[in-house]
Design a protein around this ligand. Structure first.
Ligand SMILES: Cc1cc2nc3c(=O)[nH]c(=O)nc-3n(C[C@H](O)[C@H](O)[C@H](O)COP(=O)(O)OP(=O)(O)OC[C@H]3O[C@@H](n4cnc5c(N)ncnc54)[C@H](O)[C@@H]3O)c2cc1C
Length: 348
């Protein structure tokens, strides 16, 4: 006899974890397949969430809805897993010129921005170098992504809802009611395979991705940095033991090359420019962001029957996944509308 699950979720990165939790919250049963050791994006993500694109001082698409959902979902997931991974911290924007400082002051009073920007300009923290002062964001923070994924995988394992194995799309048999997969029967299968949908030969194929490689370094400073994230072209995120994560870089090729000397040098030069003291690089990692050609996520039905996609969140999965998971799951449960701009069929 086959084991019945409502949904098979393929991929246990940020997208798959948030979606699985949301499905269960709405009463559905889930079986997740994941290869945690092969994860190259969530596993290196700094985990920051921020509703404003700091370079251009523009709000992220649907930022208000996403911020509201995020502040409910991750704390709920902490309670469900019995682990801590949600860490609200300020992001500090260091201004490069007087114009940026003036824009900040103007936006502080604008209703769309006032929930997210502190209305005073503040001096740079001890040890940080910059010609101008800085502004601090409100409601921002970081998710400890590795801890989050480990906690979710462990909680799913306890419910016999997690399999650490490669999902073989060739073994899916579709009929009018749902899918069979080896010993499992489900209503539908949802791909949360990240950039593998564009780069991997064994994942579900989907058009519209434009993957972006990113690299980060972990650095030990000679003095502690306050628990916050300093944004000054690159970010410098405070960690334990006087360490900081510095990143991230952007590249549209070299996905198989691993971490590169050039990007390491770019990040180390950044640290030497913005930090007064000395520093030592401890670690250097890379990953591939599942970005799309039009910078909108991919959430909706795939062209194959009973097959769905949840991903394409580029460099903002922490911010976007909770709200988008709610939209998809409410569509499954109540037949509510999906978001037109996110439908995968736009790339068919
Ligand atoms: C350097 C860097 C820094 C970043 N910083 C941030 C940040 O601060 N904040 C933020 O929000 N985002 C950040 N991102 C982006 C973030 O990492 C991605 O948006 C996010 O991780 C995507 O998650 P995902 O679950 O969609 O995909 P992934 O993390 O790629 O997860 C997909 C999972 O599916 C598994 N898988 C694939 N195929 C199969 C299969 N056939 N069978 C079983 N398992 C399978 C993989 O092993 C993997 O575990 C950063 C990215 C990089 C590279």
């Amino acid at each position: 006899m086959k084991k019945h699950f409502d949904y098979i979720v393929v991929g246990g990165g940020i997208s798959g974890c948030v979606l699985s939790y949301t499905l269960m919250k709405y009463g559905a049963s889930v079986l997740m397949f994941d290869l945690p050791k092969e994860n190259k994006s969530s596993a290196v993500a700094a985990g920051l969430w921020n509703p404003v694109v700091l370079k251009r001082m523009k709000k992220v698409w649907m930022a208000d809805e996403m911020m509201a959902e995020l502040h409910t979902v991750y704390p709920d997931m902490e309670r469900w897993t019995g682990s801590e991974f949600f860490d609200p911290i300020a992001i500090r924007r260091v201004f490069h010129n007087a114009g940026e400082q003036n824009t900040w002051i103007e936006l502080c009073d604008a209703p769309a921005f006032s929930p997210y920007l502190e209305d005073s300009i503040s001096p740079l923290p001890e040890g940080v170098v910059g010609a101008f002062e800085s502004g601090q964001m409100k409601g921002t923070g970081r998710l400890n992504v590795l801890g989050f994924m480990e906690a979710m995988h462990a909680a799913l394992r306890k419910e016999e809802s997690f399999r650490e194995e490669r999902f073989d799309w060739n073994a899916v048999v579709r009929d009018s009611e749902g899918v069979d997969y080896k010993d499992v029967r489900a209503h539908a299968v949802i791909s949360c395979e990240g950039a593998q949908m564009a780069l991997g030969k064994e994942s579900l194929a989907q058009d519209g991705f434009s993957p972006v490689k990113g690299e980060v370094i972990r650095v030990k400073l000679d003095k502690p940095l306050k628990n916050e994230c300093i944004h000054q072209k690159h970010f410098m995120l405070s960690e334990e033991n006087m360490e900081v994560t510095v990143g991230a870089t952007y590249a549209w090729d070299g996905f198989d090359k691993g971490p590169t000397k050039e990007k390491k040098q770019e990040l180390e030069e950044h640290v030497s420019k913005v930090w007064k003291g000395s520093s030592k690089t401890l670690d250097h990692k890379c990953g591939v962001r599942p970005a799309t050609k039009d910078r909108r996520p991919l959430v909706g039905p795939h062209s194959l029957a009973h097959t769905w996609i949840f991903g394409g969140m580029g460099s903002r999965a922490v911010l976007m996944a909770p709200y988008l998971a709610k939209v998809l799951v409410e569509h499954f449960m109540y037949g509510t509308e999906l978001i037109e701009e996110c439908l995968p069929k736009r790339f068919h």
